[in-house]
Design a protein around this ligand. Structure first.
Ligand code: ADP
Ligand code: MG
Length: 238
């Protein structure tokens, strides 16, 4: 699915009657099947932009459209993974994955979808367990399986590995990369790690704060990240 973000601005009303401009004039076109990373310091509006794309937050002005259709609310055409897995603790792993599918398909189809996506994130043997029985990294994999099971063309990920240790992060990075290669979904991935962005995405958007805007938009050159000097320079720039 392709995404057209046009003149998005967002202000939040604050208690002291002043408003805070979180995003100013964001313009961005994301092609079908593109894996882009949004990068920038804390508070530059990455989560706000993702939430607007997801239809969870209304922009103050501007519009986002998905395959030329304006996004005004959440829907099955887009799915989101947050920094915290946000699973239902009283449901089994399998039930967490099938929950968003309950109005979309028959029971046995839900079961098939859950089995397929739990296999994709290597959790088949944990289908009947409850979230508290799993590690943080495994819970995040359940959240990824749940988002994938919706089978939307657009996957939004907001610092999905931010709360995980380095080792788990590396494993999940590889899984997301493999899933993207297998499914060819359009992915918008928020991170504040330049290394992660270079490793995973084919395009990087860098934002800055006050007010949140895009300061750089470039394609990732596969050869470049192998050169440590360039990496160091990029890290300085962010
Ligand atoms: P990031 O994800 O890049 O860290 P956010 O999108 O979370 O940034 O926040 C951007 C700015 O908007 C911050 O200054 C934040 O405090 C403010 N903000 C975000 N959500 C709200 C909200 N619901 N109400 C008021 N201010 C908000
Ligand atoms: Mg954020």
């Amino acid at each position: 699915m392709y995404l057209d973000i046009s003149n998005i601005s967002k202000s939040f009303q604050r208690n002291d009657e002043q408003s805070l401009q979180a995003l100013k004039d964001i313009n961005l076109e994301i092609k079908e099947g593109e894996f882009i990373s949004l990068l920038g310091p804390s508070g530059c509006g990455k989560s706000t932009l993702l939430s607007i794309i997801a239809g969870l937050t209304k922009p103050s002005s501007g519009a986002v459209s998905l395959d030329s259709k304006e996004i005004t609310e959440p829907g099955p055409d887009k799915s989101m993974v947050f920094q915290e897995p946000a699973l239902f603790p009283w449901m089994s792993v399998k039930e967490n994955v099938t929950f968003p599918l309950r109005k979309k398909m028959r029971k046995h189809e839900q079961e098939q979808a859950a089995a397929a996506y739990l296999k994709m994130v290597h959790l088949s043997q944990f289908a009947e367990n409850h979230p508290h029985e799993l590690s943080g990294g495994m819970q995040q994999r359940v959240a990824i399986a749940r988002a994938l099971a919706m089978d939307s063309g657009l996957l939004l990920m907001d610092e999905p590995f931010g709360a995980l240790d380095e080792q788990t992060r590396l494993v999940l990075q590889e899984e997301v990369e493999r899933i993207w290669l297998e499914t060819k979904k359009t992915i918008v991935f928020v991170t504040h790690s330049i290394r992660e962005a270079i490793k995973l995405s084919d395009r990087i958007i860098i934002m800055s704060a006050r007010p949140g805007s895009i300061i750089s938009d470039f394609k990732v050159d596969i050869e470049r990240p192998r050169q440590q000097q360039d990496m160091a320079k990029l890290e300085e720039d962010v």
